[in-house]
Design a protein around this ligand. Sequence first.
Ligand SMILES: [Zn+2]
Length: 281
Amino acid sequence: MSPTERTSIFTVDVEEWFHANYDDVPPGHGLTDDRVEAQTDTLLALLEEAGGATATFFVLGDTARAHPAMVARIAAAGHEVASHNLTHDRIDRMASTSFREQCRASKALLEDQTQREVVGFRAPSWSVGASSTPWFWDELRQAGYRYSSSVFPFGNFLYGDSRAPRLAHRRDGIWEIPPSTAEVAGRRIPFSGGFYLRVCPSWLIGLLASRLVRAGEPVMYYVHPRELDPGQPRIPLSPTNRIIHYTGLRRTRSKLGRILAEAPVQSIAAGQLRYLEAPER
Ligand SMILES: [Zn+2]
């Protein structure tokens, strides 16, 4: 197996602990507390310990504006900085004109902060889809983005679409690069990020990742800084949402350390260059 075949993609959605889009989050909850820098620095240290691994950091515009020095540290460490939109509102509840303003403003902000071109985008809470936001990809292309990692190809009651393509594909001039799902007995199994990564034991993550690697598919991990923060304040969520949001926080850091020790990782820009050709006009 060549190093290229073994290389996985590591992504981080950089936002605060209160940026969660559950319907029962009180409006404005926690908006003054800052915890994102410490946990982002932990992720930067984990990647550095993994011997020069790179990652894609999808930074929320609101968070970037409040923490410019953190964005500078991410870029200075050689990682890709991409956009997680300007605010953490669901895109499928936004008018296309509002999204147009937000995706352009967040790109300009991050480019100003990093002095590098921003070509990647991830929707907050995987809140886009072919039927709910048919204009999304064309707006990204017109704003100058080249790829999106915004559609979760597995449906649950909060987000995702089990009929969406599992692998990278072109849509309206944009590469859509989904997070990983394994296929077991004809069923899709998410395992590589968020709640799924927190509940799956390390041996299962390793097993499913190796299945994808054998099939020649990239493994894309995704994590939020708050998932390494067991001491974060608790949002008053429903019992189900509380389980989804807070299960396994104490184990995330060591689990990521094992993943990074076993598989070399890189950013989307570094690892998926064929997706970053100039968009078709
Ligand atoms: Zn997010």
